[in-house]
Write a protein that binds this ligand. Structure first.
Ligand code: SDX
Length: 433
């Protein structure tokens, strides 16, 4: 990764020149190594939102925002979505290559054996109101996992980190399904070891103890693909949150909980739920022009949810795959005339022809169609981000593992551009105006 090229930095006040080394990865932009900048120059860099900052080196996911490319460990997302299932992708993200048949069988066995949660964990749900947002419950319950396994974790041991990953992947579907059952006053459904990963999740989410539930295999495959599309995405806000929390050596379940909290925001993983609310609010194709105008109005806080991305300045490859999945699911369910899907496609068509969206390079992102698919699968919109969190858990824990194993890893501690008062003295309260 080292590169002899340097960038010369000349301080205009002192005319002193500093050499900053350039580093190259295997793909993507080179970086300027500024680790010694403050020590050499007394200067900080300034980059709120980290629009031009690489916070780490990573070998897990590569995104080319201009070309609309997304690779997990070098494999294109289009091929993974078509040729693999979610557990294969989990293995890939954790182990840097796709599993062979024996390795996949072992992963299936491990995740099956760890899919139950400690029965006392069910008590945490009872502390919430039935109408609590599932993401609020997720923050509480996943955080509580750190109370059940804190003694079995020496994060410097790869085998301990691995069992953390297995427990998280295995238990997230159970926890997410329990969030939904709790919110509708239905009994929890326990995982069935004879069912596949996604089949088991749909059984726990949509099944009932009173009757046999056999998920439609087309819908199972569609949800499996949705999980693949959401599994990891480089140093997005929630992954960066998990890395920053983990850099202090915190319990990995607590770090993932921090990621869940961050993902909940409407600018991030909460967008899929917001898209559905937006489509319901638009209501009809005749209203699209009005809402496009609002999205363009600087004085109107309304944004076209599911549009735009910090990195993709071209089409989000996941959005294309999600639209195909949407069409497949709606056709399978005889809903190809689904009102919201037709509204979404018309909204996309009109937006992509509008100069504002063209010049600002705003395209549909992964969240634009995911809500319509999940709704068609019978999943309520309040659960959408919880399902995103279930999928992203593998990305979070794989990135956390990579960070803990990184010899260059240090506690994350950004600096600031201070704009507050210069030093002053405290005055007695009697003299204060
Ligand atoms: C995810 O980072 C990841 O990888 C995230 C994610 C992942 O897998 O982890 O891909 C998942 O979070 C997808 C994004 C979901 N969020 C939304 O769909 C919410 C709507 N989108 C936006 O809020 C926005 O596009 C962001 C948050 C996604 C990106 O914001 P940026 O990169 O900070 O861009 P910006 O806010 O600076 O916008 C640039 C310009 C602005 O106009 P100007 O100030 O330059 O005049 O584009 C405008 C914005 O006003 N703009 C929009 C818009 N998004 C940006 N205008 C209308 N509608 C929008 N959706």
């Amino acid at each position: 990764m080292d590169n002899p090229t340097v960038i010369k930095l000349i301080n205009p006040e002192t005319q002193l020149a500093f050499d900053l080394p350039m580093l190259s990865g295997t793909l993507g932009p080179d970086v300027i190594d500024i680790r010694a900048l403050y020590q050499q120059t007394g200067l900080f860099t300034y980059d709120p939102g980290f629009t031009s900052t690489a916070s780490c080196s990573s070998a897990i996911t590569y995104i080319d925002g201009e070309a609309g490319i997304l690779l997990y460990r070098g494999y294109p997302i289009e091929q993974l979505a078509e040729k693999c299932d979610f557990l294969e992708v989990c293995y890939l993200l954790m182990h840097a290559d796709l599993p062979n048949a024996k390795e996949l069988k072992n992963l299936i066995k491990s995740t099956t054996e760890h899919s139950m949660v400690h029965d006392q964990l069910t008590n945490f749900y009872k502390g919430f109101r039935r109408d609590a947002h599932p993401m609020a419950i997720m923050v509480g319950v996943v955080g509580a996992l750190s109370a059940f396994y804190h003694d079995a974790i020496d994060i410097k041991r790869p085998d301990h980190r691995y069992i953390c990953a297995i427990r998280l992947i295995a238990k997230m579907p159970t926890i997410v399904a329990m969030c939904y059952k709790y919110s509708i006053g239905m009994p929890f459904m326990y995982p069935q070891n004879k069912l596949g990963y996604v089949e088991n999740f749909m059984y726990m989410l949509l099944g009932s103890p009173c009757e046999t539930y056999q998920p439609n295999p087309v819908l199972v495959r569609a949800l499996d693909r949705i999980l693949i599309l959401h599994a990891d995405h480089e140093q997005n806000a929630s992954t960066s949150t998990v890395r920053l929390a983990g850099s202090s050596g915190a319990n990995p379940y607590a770090c993932v909980t921090a990621g869940i909290a961050c993902l909940w925001g409407a600018a991030h993983g909460g967008a899929n739920e917001a898209v559905l609310k937006m489509l319901e609010e638009i209501g009809d194709v005749t209203q699209i022009g009005h809402y496009i105008a609002r999205a363009k109005d600087k004085n109107d806080p309304f944004r076209l949810m599911g549009f735009g991305h910090r990195v993709y300045k071209n089409y989000d490859p996941r959005a294309k795959l999600m639209r195909e999945t949407c069409h497949e699911v709606l056709t399978e369910l005889g809903l190809h005339d689904d009102r919201l899907f037709k509204l979404a496609m018309e909204l996309e068509r009109i937006a992509l022809e509008d100069d504002y969206f063209i010049t600002k390079r705003l395209y549909p992102n992964v969240d634009f169609y995911s809500g319509i698919v999940l709704r068609a699968l019978g999943i309520p919109s309040t659960m959408f981000t919880a399902i995103f969190a279930m999928a992203r858990s593998i990305g979070w824990i794989a990135q956390w593992d990579e960070m803990i194993a990184d010899p260059e890893q240090k506690i994350g501690r950004p600096r600031q551009l201070y704009t507050g008062p210069i030093q002053r003295d405290v005055t007695p309260i009697a003299t204060r105006s």
